[in-house]
Design a protein around this ligand. Sequence first.
Ligand code: SAH
Length: 464
Amino acid sequence: MKKNDIATVVIEDMTTEGEGIGHADGFTLFVKDTVIGDTARVKVMKAKKTYGYARLVELISASPDRREAACPVARACGGCQLQTLSYEKQLEFKRNKVVGHLQRIGGFGPEVTGPVAPTIGMEEPYRYRNKALIPFGMKDGRIIAGFYAGHTHSIIEQSDCLLTPPEYEQILLVLLNWAEKYRISVYMEETGTGALRHVLIRKGFSTGEIMICLVIGTKNLPQAAREALREQLLELKPRLNIAQISLNINLKNTNVVMGTDGIIDLYGPGYITDRIGEVSYRISPLSFYQVNPVQTEKLYGCALKFAGLTGSETVWDLYCGIGTISLFLAKAAEKVYGVEIVPEAVRDAVVNAEDNNITNASFFTGRAEEIMPELYNREPETYRADVVVVDPPRKGCGPELLETILKMGPKRIVYVSCDSATLARDLKLLCTDSPYRVSAVQPVDMFPQSVHVETVVLLERCLR
Ligand code: SAH
């Protein structure tokens, strides 16, 4: 096959990124926007020796699992990859993704992959996100806001994302009007110039409190514009519980959205508050906070179950953020130590413990892979571990940290992961020539409509 060839394929499988997989003339074709069970006419866009990438031209017969996309820009937007697949099949897809990574990257056999539990799904898999991070751009001389197209930074104009609360659209429209009126320049990645970069909107689903944090590429936003911004957003207040408005300054020409060049509070105490289960949390703009509160409660419930606490354990919560998991576990443990790299998040964690009258949790700022070995080597009695919980970012834990955990020899390790590929890599290291065995794997759907899957794994130390 070669570029521009037209073929008819039956979609037999899907990649972990959500593209359909079909075959034509002994060739494997990856076809975006198709789902397993479709028959489609496709056009080859790029051809290698044995495989190629093709574009959907026409659906000849739709899979019984195909659904109409709920969002008008679902196909172009990079945010959702699975809207056209029934929700039931999305959950199956995610379990399969975890199993595939455990097999191919982790080298695990059926004794581990067989018992992987069905994905825990949502009753209402839209409007579940409490956080939106929306980029601004220019189109035909107008300021626009929207979402990045897949794998690029071109912006698909869209003011209402079906994954976030509908009121975020009203906030966005206020911001766009304000920016036009005060002629705020839009940040351009190519030149690194301009003011308006992104807006971060977050809502505490159980308190209704809303945070708006505008990311700007300048320290010199005129005073009149700042005041107008505050006033215009506060006009929404009778209807929306606007609790925090800030500017985050990002002067660097990078992909990292939130800047480290300062935060200016225009309104509110500097944070919003939310509750998960019984515990209340304060959340600052720079702190990580799980995006799906309904599923987070299920995820933490699973982590708590896997931790198997009786009240006498010393627990480490590595990559603890604002202490969410630490505080969830603290009531059932003797002592919890949390480690987190972002100082603002650690400050939130300390206050969160106080606000919830939790006195047996301590937090350390720094890299988990440095702090834990340092403390353990200094005072192994105090800083021992009965249970270690890790919840790293997508790149996973890395070998230094895993080796320290192995050296500390906890009874149980609970690994919470948002990337099953790095999870499988780390589990392989933890289980090779060691007494640890994977005894439970639970995928949780934190991100319906996307290909992402969260997984909680229990490792137990076996006597040999
Ligand atoms: N457990 C928390 C946060 C998980 S997200 C929760 O459920 O809310 C991962 C966290 O790891 C982020 O807060 C990030 O800032 C932090 N982090 C990233 N690299 C780190 C490192 N090397 N050491 C410690 N924390 C790190």
